[in-house]
Write a protein that binds this ligand. Structure first.
Ligand code: NDP
Length: 517
């Protein structure tokens, strides 16, 4: 370990494994052991049916890819087993999907809002009825723990359809004195970290507002979007209102570049978001971008430290840290830094890394080999640049899974991080926390805002006045106070600066899908 004693004097903490108190890291080992032996495996028994091959869902029917058309495999990142093959969308497929959406637009947009709402309510209820199957499928295709797909992704996806169903016949009340009109055909490109939920975030408001859609899920996680297509079909949505095409980045590029689309909504990396913005510039296309982040999480000395540590764990290790708003930079007031680090490393030891389909698993598999390599590259950069690494379990990033199949990364923390370190500046998208310190609230705000991103932030303090003062000065789209990673369809989500623009959710999110004259 190339760590130096940094600005926060915490070096001794990570080194104290041999003679620490019962509550220190040695105690933590014992605790982790107790946890491990105290839990019997609790694997999910449901195995959803998965077709060996999927085409595109265009114009209300399943279609083979145009021409000679190719397919690519989608794998389970925990086992590397092939789950299915999905169609690689070509420009012809994109064109067919956009034409289907265009053809469906006049009738769908003319439908009374109360009628559109009925379809959205039906979809929401069907997601609830098929929730277990969707949760298992999501965990198999993405690697996320079943507890998260079951308790977060799927219920929130249903909630987004319920919430927006409620708006469909009330749009005029959302914008009093105006006559809101749908935008037209929406091209929607989503990432792999919350596949079903992102599909719901994109489709529900667009449909409620009377638009038609072409959605492209990420290459590595197409299965729940395709299952959603089945649900949409079951619910009798008119043909062409929702079209789902699969493929890689070239399919996404063909879709957002198609001259038949009126609106582009993208969630993903800042790099691709910038390329899309360049491509859309000068065209009469509405654009919203929800991009990356390097969100600050601030703990003041007056905070309840146990709760704050829980919040930090939820903030960075949720979904293996593959979250755009992950609280990946932790700022701790210097007076409580040693205590926070000790509690954090102890808590880390109790996180269970393993089978995503086991209900006891806290941290599942990383989504792809490429993402795992990205994470590992950042971790070694962190060490080279002088930060001090602590990995849960103590036997390396891969922990108990060094040679078996699957893409594994144990949760880790870097202490002695300087603001100039790469791991403090760039989005890692993995279970890697960078800990920095501060002395005064002014310094905390300045350091937290010292980033090109502006997606989210978290504050932990016992003082209400401090919350109001600090939250107002943090340049982030969402600021959570004494909690983290709380989502609700009624609450708008989106960023500033390189985290993108536009909001999703709430009344503000409707605006992106309407002309409000
Ligand atoms: P991308 O931004 O490449 O992918 C997001 C979506 O865009 C996917 O559906 C992707 O397809 C598609 N896409 C890729 N290139 C284009 C293009 N030129 N035009 C239109 N659509 C395109 O993210 P990655 O999967 O490559 O992840 C890389 C990094 O991005 C991560 O390490 C993470 O830091 C960040 N990221 C941020 C997310 C966020 O929510 N803010 C989500 C995902 C990633 P395909 O899957 O086939 O490549």
């Amino acid at each position: 370990m190339a760590g130096t004693r940094g600005q926060n004097g915490s070096a001794a903490l990570f080194g104290s494994t041999t003679d620490g108190p019962a509550t220190g890291p040695r105690g933590a080992d014992a605790l982790a052991g107790a946890w491990a032996s105290g839990y019997a495996p609790a694997p999910e028994s449901v195995r959803p049916t998965i077709a060996p091959r999927y085409g595109h869902f265009i114009g209300g029917a399943w279609r083979k890819p145009a021409g000679k058309g190719s397919y690519f495999p989608t794998i389970n990142p925990a086992t590397e087993a092939v789950l299915s093959e999905v169609a690689q969308g070509s420009a012809k497929d994109v064109d067919a999907a956009v034409r289907a959406a265009r053809a469906a637009f006049p009738a769908w947009s003319a439908l009374p809002g109360s009628e559109r709402a009925k379809f959205l309510f039906r979809i929401a209820r069907r997601i609830q009825e098929r929730s277990r199957e969707l949760a298992v499928l999501e965990s198999m295709d993405s690697g996320k723990p079943i507890r998260e797909s079951r308790d977060v992704d799927v219920p929130l996806a249903a909630a987004h359809f319920f919430y927006h169903a409620g708006w469909a016949d009330k749009l005029r009340f959302a914008f009093p004195g105006r006559t809101p009109r749908p935008v037209g055909v929406c091209a929607q490109v989503i990432p792999w970290n919350f596949p079903l939920l992102m599909a719901a975030w994109k489709l529900a408001p667009a449909l409620a507002c009377g638009n038609t859609c072409v959605l492209k899920p990420a290459e590595t996680t197409p299965l729940t979007a395709l299952r959603l297509a089945e649900i949409i079909d079951e619910c009798g949505l008119p043909a062409g209102v929702v079209n789902i095409i699969t493929g890689d980045g070239t399919t996404g590029a063909a879709l957002v570049g198609h001259e038949g689309v009126d609106k582009v909504a993208f969630t993903g990396s800042t790099e691709v978001g910038k390329a899309i913005a360049r491509g859309v510039a000068g065209r009469p296309v509405r654009l919203t971008l929800e991009l990356g982040g390097k969100s600050p999480h601030i703990i003041f000395e007056d905070a309840s430290l146990d709760q704050a540590v829980e919040g930090v764990v939820r903030g960075i290790y949720f979904n293996q840290g593959e979250v755009c708003c992950a609280g990946s930079r932790l700022f701790v007031q210097e007076s409580v830094l040693p205590e926070v680090l000790e509690r954090l490393t102890r808590r880390l030891e109790t996180l269970r890394v393993g089978d995503p389909l086991d209900k006891n698993t806290d941290v599942g598999a990383v989504n792809s080999r490429a993402q795992l390599e990205t994470i590992r590259r950042y971790v070694s950069l962190g060490e080279q640049e002088g930060a001090r690494l602590h990995v849960a379990g103590g036997d390396g990033l891969a922990g108990a899974f060094p040679s078996g199949p699957g893409f594994w990364c144990r949760p880790c923390v870097f202490a002695d991080v300087q603001p100039s370190h790469t791991i403090a500046r760039e989005e890692i998208f993995g279970p890697v926390l960078a800990v920095l310190s501060f002395r005064t609230p002014e310094e905390a705000i300045a350091r937290a805002n010292n980033t090109p991103y502006g997606l989210a932030a978290g504050i932990w303090t016992d003082k209400g006045s401090k919350i109001f003062e600090v939250a107002a000065r943090l340049r982030a789209g969402v600021v959570w106070c004494n909690t983290y990673n709380r989502f609700d369809p009624a609450s708008p989500f989106g960023g500033y600066k390189e985290s993108g623009f536009g909001r999703e959710g709430g009344v503000q999110g409707l605006r992106a899908y309407l002309h409000v004259d």
